[in-house]
Design a protein around this ligand. Structure first.
Ligand SMILES: Cc1ncc(COP(=O)(O)O)c(C=O)c1O
Length: 488
């Protein structure tokens, strides 16, 4: 099998290359001759930097770029992350000098275009979610959750209610319990039923007047639609609690229904997942939050408003607001990309995105389900979760399969998440892939599953075409080596 990554010829580190005296640039001296630097400011010893020529620097960084995998290289099936292709037109919009060079401290009168972008984006998100108002301030999905839960707490406290518990289903995204805890709430885990969704009776039993809210990821981390969500919302509301919807998986539902209609009081969007911003590697992100009527007064400031004369302004005069959650106005250029994306798609395009996200995941499920165990059979939404049940019997771990995919030229899927599935493999093909690309990917998976039966050892030693094979991932995450240090 010919590997497609092209990484086989990449040499290891070249940072030590070069030779004394080599230099990449010759600074022109100009008519004044060499600049006069006072001797007190001159270095006494040369810096310990590699001495390299320009071509070596260019080759070094070009090689490094080829060690990485990205959505511009191919299908990126990292479940829960929605690693889809981001149209260049959105990048072009964000790069317009009027947006890209805008100073965040400009007075409103000199930033009318930017404020209008924010106002229009809020309107579009209101339209898609059915919520009453939006804040664009949070910097990522988890930050949106934190903001939304702060808003809920402020609303409860305003009515003299100091509830301390939050219900979190076992299929929620990991950031949900973290968010609740950071907000000072105590997490009450809720077990899903055999179909992998919430059981209203279980929620009813846990729903006391000590419970501030339930946080529901929908579609949940099993890739399943929470079919009882309306009933669950009613149960929570009857006991005076709020329903928080983690809307990070919005690409599965956008344009198909409005979450507010299912009883959600709060929802956060991950603009960087759903609305076209390249992400991974830590950012940039944006996690706007939409809220129902009762929570609007508590939204953070500043808020974008349209004046009677049609101009736009940032307003801070909301006495019940939770205050600021972010410097300036949030991740503005991510908002520009999101609005460009939504305008390019239109309402019908949004619906097609959701339909195709779901269709693609189900195509992968149906094509692989005889050979990879599906713990929750039946229709899935935008991602499909397999378990280790079949390959574990052959002595192959989920990690082996994930690593072997790299040898076949793909980024691995999300593994061992969600925790409710043993040895989970979570594949999110996303809406941007066509059938031919999906077939190629499925072919690669089938090839690996053939090896599970015939040559499992090849999997244990994968990947073999990357510059490093299996790093200690815990160590790499806890003690990352991010800077080059010269050998002294
Ligand atoms: C369902 C869900 N909720 C929350 C988050 C957290 O978002 P972020 O990584 O932007 O903080 C993610 C991230 O992928 C997610 O998939």
């Amino acid at each position: 099998m010919a590997a497609r990554s092209g990484l086989e010829h990449v040499e290891p580190s070249i940072f030590e290359r070069g030779a004394p005296g080599r230099t990449g640039v010759q600074m022109p001296c100009g008519e004044a001759g060499e600049p006069k630097i006072p001797s007190s400011l001159l270095r006494r010893e040369a810096p310990l930097l590699p001495e390299v020529a320009e071509y070596e620097v260019v080759r070094h960084f070009t090689r490094l770029s080829r060690l990485n995998y990205g959505v511009d290289i191919g299908l990126y099936p990292l479940g829960s992350c929605t690693m889809k292709y981001n149209p260049r037109v959105c990048e072009d919009a964000a790069a317009l000098p009027g947006f890209a060079n805008l100073h965040p401290m400009l007075p409103d009168g000199m930033a009318q275009g930017a404020l209008e972008v924010m106002y229009e984006l809020e309107k579009a998100l209101v339209e898609l979610s059915g919520m009453s108002a939006i804040t664009l301030l949070p910097a990522a999905g988890a930050h949106g959750e934190l903001t939304g839960m702060k808003v809920i707490r402020a609303a409860l406290e305003a009515r003299g209610d100091f509830r301390k518990k939050v219900l979190i289903p076992d299929t929620a995204h990991g950031t949900n319990p973290a968010t609740s805890t950071l907000n000072g709430f105590q997490v009450v885990p809720i077990k899903s039923n055999e179909q992998g969704v919430l059981d209203p009776a279980v929620v009813a039993a846990a729903m006391t007047d000590e419970v501030a809210a339930i946080m529901i990821t929908n579609p949940n981390t099993l890739g399943l639609f929470e079919t009882n969500i309306f009933q669950v919302s009613q149960i929570v509301h009857e006991k005076g609690g709020f329903v928080y919807g983690d809307g990070a998986n919005f690409n599965a539902i956008m344009g198909k229904y409005r979450p507010a209609c299912l009883g959600l009081d709060v929802i956060q969007f991950n603009l960087h997942k759903t609305f076209s911003t390249p992400h991974g590697g830590g950012g940039p992100g944006s996690g706007p939050v939409g809220v129902a009527d009762a929570l609007v007064p508590f939204l953070p400031v500043p808020r974008v408003a349209r004046n009677a004369d049609g101009t736009f302004a940032l307003r801070e005069d909301f006495p019940q607001s939770i205050g600021r959650v972010r410097t300036f106005q949030g991740q503005f250029l991510v908002m520009v990309r999101a609005l460009a994306y939504l305008r390019a798609l239109g309402a019908e395009g949004c619906r097609r995105v959701a339909e195709r996200a779901v269709l693609n995941a189900n195509y992968v499920r149906v094509r692989l389900q005889d050979r990879l165990h599906v713990p929750y059979p039946g229709f899935c939404m935008h991602e499909v979760v397999f378990s280790e049940k079949f390959h574990k019997k052959a002595g192959v771990e989920t990690m082996d399969i994930a690593k072997r995919l790299m040898d076949r030229g793909y980024h691995p899927p999300t593994v061992y998440f969600p925790l409710v599935v043993h040895g989970a493999i979570m594949i999110e093909p996303t809406e941007t892939e066509d059938k031919a690309t999906l077939d190629e990917f499925i072919g690669a998976m089938e090839g690996i599953l053939d090896e599970v039966a015939t040559n499992p050892d090849a999997l244990h030693h994968a990947p073999s075409v990357t510059s490093i094979s299996r790093p200690d991932e815990v160590l790499a995450a806890r003690q990352p080596v991010l800077t080059w240090k010269p050998a002294v």
